[in-house]
Ligand binder design. Sequence first.
Ligand SMILES: [Zn+2]
Length: 65
Amino acid sequence: MGGLPKQRISRHRQGNRRRHDYIVVPALVPCRHCGEKKRAHHVCPSCGWYRNRQVIQIEQRREAE
Ligand SMILES: [Zn+2]
């Protein structure tokens, strides 16, 4: 009752099985607003800018209530 495979999987079968686990390449581009590295086509996590406008508010300090 050993959990051993009956047959050795060929290199082709092994690669074929793994065809879906591809590497997600993190495309990092410098943010146009703050110059920080950010994911392309994503909102900048450090300043919250996307396509020349602020889309999310990054909380640095609270002044007004
Ligand atoms: Zn930024």
